[in-house]
Design a protein. Structure first.
Length: 106
């Protein structure tokens, strides 16, 4: 994707999901399954993964689906460099799921 396409997609997600974009990014950064924060990366470092997850959010019907989605996104995005364990990714996915369900009730 070009930089413009990325910006356009993020803008569409922000229109659709509002604050959820930044909230999911904050959750991913706090979990920091790939250890990017320790290298001083900015707090939006996981935004590509956030965009991928939110793109598929409508297909997620439960916590299991979210675990599958998050695991797949991280495996694809980090390929063989994936540092996270299944337990770490499941904890991340569970929090994202809980937050998304809560946000949909606002």
């Amino acid at each position: 994707m070009t930089k413009q396409e990325i910006m356009d997609e993020e803008a569409r997600l922000r229109v659709r999901y509002g604050n959820l974009v930044d909230e999911v990014a904050a959750i991913m950064f706090r979990h920091d399954t790939e250890g990017l924060a320790k290298f001083g990366c900015p707090d939006d470092e996981y935004m590509p993964e956030v965009r991928r997850v939110l793109r598929e959010l409508e297909t997620v019907k439960n916590a299991y689906d979210m675990r599958q989605l998050v695991s797949g996104v991280f495996a694809e995005m980090f390929d063989e460099a994936l540092d996270a364990t299944n337990e770490q990714l499941n904890a991340l996915a569970d929090e994202v799921w809980t937050h998304c369900v809560s946000a949909s009730r606002r």
